[in-house]
Ligand binder design. Structure first.
Ligand code: F6R
Length: 241
């Protein structure tokens, strides 16, 4: 595990964007695994800046997002499909046909999960997977459990996640209760995993996840075993180490 210690959110975003940009420059047809939420927004803004300066070309890049809420269509204000368009895809020259997100409207859970796992396998895996860290240690929507879930699956969101994500919805009742998420195997098989974490509120879980035992009760802890894992965190998030 490599830790990049950033001063603040802006610097954290700059470092993460540099790692992603380097991946795109070194392998223009790379597969990027992408995340939503507050943590990666700044990194996406940096990537858009680099694209506008002519330093990045996304025309050959393929993307696979970590997760999507079950029951939200791609046009829904809070869907992760829309988040990705608004924060990145609409602002760079990526081919929309090369962007992939689980289909939250597919009621056939088995078919949707199999489709997504096959897609990742057919791409030959993920070159760089970007992650945020849930307040309960989740990565993607792999919630604390008795075992590490492997492939793409449908998950019931925990109360901690519903509480954390209600800020994006009109009310708590509007937060979807289920999501499709890539599994731990999909994430662990990525050649390089980059996690962005910011703020004092995450300091406790950063310590528990990366300086405590590896346990499915803290899903992110498994990243301690990844051969190429880079944690990009600001000083506040690292303040309990
Ligand atoms: C998002 C995702 C989640 C978030 C995590 C942190 O696609 O899979 O695991 O990365 O919940 O969210 P923020 O960054 O909003 O604190």
């Amino acid at each position: 595990m490599t830790i990049i210690r950033a001063k603040d959110y802006a610097q954290m975003s700059w470092h993460a964007a540099k790692l992603i940009a380097a991946q795109v420059v070194l392998k223009p047809n790379c597969v990027l695994g992408l995340a939503t939420g507050s943590s990666p927004v700044g990194a996406y803004q940096e990537l858009v800046k680099s694209y506008r300066m002519g330093a990045l070309d996304f025309s050959g890049v393929k993307t696979v997002n970590l997760d999507e809420y079950v029951g939200l269509d791609a046009g829904h204000e809070q869907s992760y499909a829309r988040f990705m368009r608004e924060n990145l895809f609409d602002h760079v020259n990526i081919d929309p046909g090369n962007t992939n997100i689980p289909n939250g409207m597919n009621p056939d859970e088995a078919a949707e999960c199999a489709r997504y796992d096959k897609l990742i396998a057919d791409f030959g895996g993920i070159d760089l997977q970007l992650l945020g860290l849930g307040p309960n240690g989740h990565i993607g929507f792999n919630e604390p459990d008795d075992a590490f879930p492997t492939g793409t699956h449908k998950v019931a969101l925990t109360d901690a996640t519903i509480q954390a994500n209600k800020r994006f919805f009109a009310s708590e009742a509007d937060v979807p209760r289920f999501a499709y998420t890539m599994g731990i195997r999909d994430i662990m098989q990525a050649a390089h995993v980059v996690m962005v974490v910011s703020g004092e509120g995450k300091a406790g879980i950063v310590k528990d996840a990366f300086f405590g035992p590896v346990t499915p009760r803290i899903p992110a802890s498994i990243l301690q075993l990844h051969a190429h894992f880079t944690l990009v965190a600001d000083e506040a998030a690292l303040s309990k180490l």
